[in-house]
Design a protein around this ligand. Structure first.
Ligand SMILES: NC(=O)c1ccc[n+]([C@@H]2O[C@H](COP(=O)([O-])OP(=O)(O)OC[C@H]3O[C@@H](n4cnc5c(N)ncnc54)[C@H](OP(=O)(O)O)[C@@H]3O)[C@@H](O)[C@H]2O)c1
Length: 240
């Protein structure tokens, strides 16, 4: 993808990886629109970066996804990049009473929402690029976040098919595959020991400049290439 002069929607663009991408795409000379549930957080980002356009929405709600698309279509119909970054991570066990409800939330936010947004936004005539944020955990699961890992494996699979099927329409499909990074994903503090988002974003932009479409960083590179034996070794190490 070209790295400047785009109009980009970044879901979950007010925190963590999304915020890192927001700030870097701004630096590179792009117009950035961000959305998320927390209005206060969106406002804070807009105060720091006045050119950022914000929209509060809950992507787990079908009506909000449709409203978001209609609003973009009316006000920013020249949007050409969609970044499906928003996601949630639930630490849980099949024996938990609320397991099914939490699984439902994760499936809706991490799977249904990006699928639905992709369907909606590929209707925009200027769309050139879809970026899906999956995870190194799409390849080797951590059993304490069983549904989260499965949602990322789903999104990776969907992304491969999407890349193939949108070729004819000249729409590029890029997958960002972060390893564990220091964000508030799952809950504050869970990811404190992992690398900063800034290092990830620097590497991702180098790979985008090289024209790569599967962007890894640190351990996610090895995991994405692992054979069955290595997957089992990693699995045993990650799930002692
Ligand atoms: N950090 C890691 O270790 C890691 C590793 C691999 C992949 N990832 C992926 O990277 C993406 C970003 O995560 P992050 O680490 O940056 O964590 P984060 O800071 O918690 O970011 C998640 C973002 O998604 C938004 N979001 C969640 N549910 C939403 C909903 N229903 N509607 C609208 N927005 C919603 C959140 O905003 P609101 O709460 O305001 O709605 C937040 O801005 C996720 O897809 C995650 O799975 C993260």
């Amino acid at each position: 993808m070209k790295l400047s002069n785009n109009k980009i929607l970044i879901t979950g663009g007010a925190s963590g990886i999304g915020l890192g991408l927001t700030e870097r795409f701004l630096q590179e000379g792009n117009k950035v629109i961000i959305c998320g549930r927390r209005e206060k957080l969106l406002k804070e980002v807009a105060q720091k970066h006045p050119s950022v356009v914000t929209r509060a929405c809950d992507l787990s709600k079908e009506a909000d996804r449709i409203d978001l698309y209609n609003w973009i279509n009316e006000n920013h119909s020249d949007l050409n990049v969609l970044i499906n970054n928003a996601g949630i991570q639930n630490w849980m066990n099949i024996t938990d009473e609320d397991f099914y409800d939490k699984a439902n939330d994760e499936l809706t936010t991490n799977v249904l929402a990006p699928i639905h947004l992709t369907k909606l936004f590929t209707q925009l005539s200027d769309i050139t690029t879809i970026i899906n944020v999956t995870s190194g955990l799409a390849f080797i699961p951590l059993s304490k976040i069983p549904v989260y890992c499965a949602t990322k494996a789903f999104l990776r699979s969907f992304t491969l098919s999407l890349r193939h099927s949108l070729k004819a329409a000249n729409i590029e499909v890029i997958e960002m595959i972060p390893p564990a990074l220091n964000t508030d994903l799952g809950a504050k503090g869970l990811h404190n020991d992992f690398p900063p988002v800034s290092d990830f974003v620097t590497s991702i932009f180098e790979q985008l400049k090289e024209g790569k479409t599967e962007l890894t960083f640190g351990t996610s590179g090895d995991r994405a290439k692992a054979n069955n034996e290595t997957i089992q070794e990693y699995f045993n190490m990650m799930n002692p």
